[in-house]
Design a protein around this ligand. Sequence first.
Ligand code: FAD
Length: 418
Amino acid sequence: MVLRVGLVADEKFNEAAKKIKERNILPAVCGRVCPQESQCEEKCIVGHKDSPVAIGRLERFVADFERKMELVEVPIIKKDTGMKIAVVGSGPAGLTLAADMRMHGYGVTVYEALHETGGVLTYGIPEFRLPKGIVQFEIDYLKQIGVRFELNHVIGNILTVDELLEHFNAVFIGVGAGLPKFMNIPGESLGNVYSSNEYLTRMNLMKAYKFPEYDTPKPKGNKVVVIGGGNVAMDCARTAIRTGSTEVTIVYRRSRHELPARGEEVHHAEEEGIKFKLLTSPTGYLGTDHNTVKGLECIQMELGAPDESGRRRPVPIEDSSFIVECDLAIVAIGTGPNPIIFQSTPDMELNKWGYIKADEETLETTKEFVYAGGDIVTGSATVIEAMGAGRIAANAIHEKLMKAKKKVKNKAAAATAC
Ligand code: FAD
């Protein structure tokens, strides 16, 4: 990350904000949600002797300073290339690519399936970790530089990638990996069993917690179980406790040591009174006479030898079943790719994990002039990785289109000379 810490030390906060924006269009977002301890702060040499410089906090501070002091300036955009780019998906990958292509002088239109922009930043990460006003402010900046947004456009249904290619010089696919995974255990279709996506989307995007002011009812539950041990599970649990649930339990099949969530998130969850049932694996749900969930049947686990991920494999302990009472269950065990785009673009190849296959250097897919990046290529990852993919693809698209333009120009010049 290009944050000149010296500029902050010299109290040149506005200059520091401008500096970071040269490389990162969402600093107020990254300063809040990036796992800095395993990214920039891990590389900080001060950390060899002491705590590393709090780069994430500084990033957040300078971005907030620039916004609150109304110092945001619209940068100068390069000369119009006369070419147009379509972006599918308005998450961090699509937004970064859109900003970069616009700065290079392209007309950019972002097609978003939902009625709001921002991807997981808007519908997934809860308000208490990432205020939506901040996300929208950073997206407004893109609108100010001339990026167009078409909302409620599910590409694959309304328009196909091939149809986009008829009107645009290149297409970037940044549709994320938003298809929820379930455990496929008995009782999963009972009422009040939600995927983390649906639960968080209702709470964040549809503002269910403000019902009846907003018209989506809040998923009701006093005793909530959240299945999974990642950041998404922590977000669900912390949302439930904030919206009136009295007892929230995270059920995770390995031990605390293997919890994939950031240490900071686990710490906050514990501070907020969320319980952890570790080394516990669900085997089925129990339902009421009205077919809503009333309990989660579980089995106790112990750790065996490491599996292919390097983590010790959880092994069930015989005759150790027990029930965790609940009236709301949230499944947060990961997501996969939504097939809508692939089904309507059969000549675009997928990799062995079912995500879009893209060239490592350029992120061009097996379909010429179609690029892809972010979670739809890597599987669920991080905001900064998705943004990095947007930048790589933007540079590659610009280079390819400029080369193509030069070729056409040279051909035309040669034809005139004849
Ligand atoms: P997304 O952010 O998923 O955006 C994709 C967009 O494409 C969405 O808006 C979607 O509606 C749209 N779309 C999908 N299909 C279509 C279509 N057919 N046509 C048009 N539009 C379409 N990462 C961190 O670094 N830190 C965190 O703290 C963190 N917390 C997280 C919490 C939750 C609850 C979740 C789910 C993820 C979290 N992540 C976090 C991961 C991070 O948010 C993602 O890695 C990142 O958002 C991926 O960006 P993306 O642009 O690839 O896709």
